[in-house]
Design a protein around this ligand. Structure first.
Ligand code: ADP
Length: 241
């Protein structure tokens, strides 16, 4: 699904968090929102998800005005940094959650849900873990379950907020490769937030560099590295590479 954000602004109290965002994402693209902490990345992601509301601007997904749609009608898969799994539910029940809370008329039967969960457990390479509880899993395994829960509803758009931020370097690298594979297999339009340049450049088709509520540059990794569009981007690249 293509996503078009036009002239979007948002403030929290006196803080201008988004200062006029224009962004077009093509259907099936894997895009990183990259920038320092506080640059507005998560706020933009949450507005697309329907978890926050902009002060002004437009948001169109596949031509439809998404600001008119309630969050539950947007079919968003959202993965948070800290998993947000339900600790009292098994892995299977966590993955099935988004399907079981659909309105009765749209809710699949138990057999269909079971088959879908089996398929996802296999796809996410966590088939033996279905009856475990989140506390019995490693961080990397929990994040696979979180992605399974997001994918179960067959999202129109997959949004990930610092999905690997809480994991150690080796697991991050593994999961990065794996997320790329998941994206290539599902073809869903995917946006992920990160402050880690390496992660953005390795994973994304295009990188959106944000600073202080503005988009500073949009491009492929080598364009951004070789031709930073502003002193801000040059400084940001230099700061952590
Ligand atoms: P990033 O994801 O780039 O770190 P955020 O979008 O989380 O940036 O935050 C941008 C700014 O908005 C920060 O200064 C943050 O403190 C502020 N902010 C975010 N959410 C809220 C909120 N619910 N209430 C007040 N301020 C907020």
């Amino acid at each position: 699904m293509s996503i078009i954000v036009q002239n979007m602004t948002k403030r929290f109290g006196r803080t201008e968090v988004l200062r006029g965002i224009d962004l077009t994402i093509e259907s099936g693209e894997l895009v990183a929102l990259l920038g320092p902490s506080g640059s507005g990345k998560t706020t933009l992601l949450k507005i697309i998800a329907g978890l926050e509301w902009p002060d002004a601007g437009r948001l169109q997904v596949e031509g439809a005005d998404w600001l008119q749609l309630a969050a539950q009608d947007r079919r968003i898969g959202f993965v948070f940094q800290h998993y947000a799994l339900f600790p009292h539910m098994t892995v299977r029940d966590n993955i099935a959650f988004g399907l079981t809370v659909r309105p009765r008329a749209e809710r699949p039967g138990k057999a269909v849900i079971d088959a879908k969960v089996d398929e996802l457990l296999e796809f996410l390479q966590i088939a033996p873990l279905g009856e475990r509880y989140p506390l019995q899993l490693s961080g990397g395994q929990r994040q696979r379950v979180a992605l399974g829960r997001a994918l179960a509803i067959q999202p129109t758009v997959l949004l990930l907020d610092e999905p690997f931020g809480a994991l150690d370097a080796a697991v991050r690298r593994d999961l990065r490769q794996w997320l790329r594979g998941v994206h290539d297999a599902t073809g869903s339009t995917t946006i992920f937030v990160t402050h880690d340049q390496e992660e953005a450049f390795e994973l994304a088709d295009r990188v959106v560099v944000m600073g202080e509520g503005r988009i500073e540059q949009i491009g492929h990794a080598d364009q951004i590295v070789d031709h930073p569009a502003s002193p801000f981007v040059a400084r940001f690249m230099g700061a952590t590479i």
